[in-house]
Ligand binder design. Structure first.
Ligand code: 13P
Length: 252
């Protein structure tokens, strides 16, 4: 059985003080449960402070991005070593906001996943189609390219690390959650693709989580689907109540 994975992507929100308030509220309110792995991704400036608050809790801290090199002349970038030093254990890679607004390509995503793997950071590998791609009937083509290129060159052991987050771009921040049926269809496609690229064992072990306007109200239907192993949550992770409510949907 795959353990549920729930992540809160705080994006470019929260000062250090605000991030600490949220982290403390999560620590106090989240159930300690074996059936769910909980991760939060604060902005870089709050990473260390949040990691310190969550140190003796089951909640892990993730970065929202990284540079693949350990150090060097890369103005404005953050290295895997720096993230480990700040208390990170996982990193979001290839979020659609980075692909669309900052020109991240599949090749860059592949290098960043490699950097995660060689430093023991769990990659949260984000994929997803735009509305235009969906309406043009290109969902499988786009996801197949993103997954194949993102995982290019990795062994099954490497590819098994971390999670894949399916985040349809049209569902992010729009209030337009994918229906459980739509999301399940894509998750099943990604799992079948993993079986094709690697094997059935890897495919059945790999966690594939859904992201895009996930709320406490929409969580149950999505999490009940056989190939949906959790969620990556933006807006509803910025306050403790809704995020804790979503985590509780995974428990029991
Ligand atoms: P929303 O939950 O705000 O739609 O954001 C989803 C997301 O992009 C998480 O990475």
């Amino acid at each position: 059985m795959r353990q549920f994975w729930i992540g809160g992507n705080w994006k470019m929100h929260k000062t250090i003080g605000e991030a600490l308030d949220l982290a403390r509220a999560l620590k106090a309110g989240l159930p300690a449960a074996a059936d769910v792995e909980v991760v939060v991704a604060p902005p870089f400036t709050a990473l260390k402070a949040v990691a310190e608050v969550l140190e003796d809790s089951p909640v892990q801290v993730a970065a929202q991005n990284l540079h693949w090199a350990e150090q060097g002349a890369y103005t404005g970038e953050i290295s895997p070593l720096m993230l480990l030093d700040a208390g990170c254990r996982q990193a979001l890679i290839g979020h659609s906001e980075r692909r669309q607004q900052f020109g991240e390509t599949d090749g860059l995503v592949n290098r960043k996943i490699q950097a995660c793997l060689s430093h023991g950071l769990g990659p949260v590998f984000c994929v997803g189609e735009t509305l235009e791609e969906r309406e043009g009937g290109r969902v499988e083509e786009v996801l197949s390219r993103q997954v194949r290129e993102g995982l290019r060159g990795f062994s099954p052991e490497e590819a098994a690390k971390g999670v894949i987050a399916y985040e349809p771009v049209w569902a992010i921040g729009t209030g337009r959650t994918a229906t459980p049926e739509t999301a399940q269809q894509v998750h099943a496609f990604i799992r079948a693709l993993l079986a094709e690229i690697y094997d059935k064992d890897l495919a059945s072990l790999k966690r594939i989580v859904y992201g895009g306007s996930l709320t406490p109200e929409t969580a149950r239907g999505l999490l009940d689907q056989p190939d949906i192993d959790g969620g990556l949550i933006g807006g509803a992770s910025l306050k403790p109540g809704p995020f804790i409510a979503i985590v509780k949907e995974c428990v029991g």
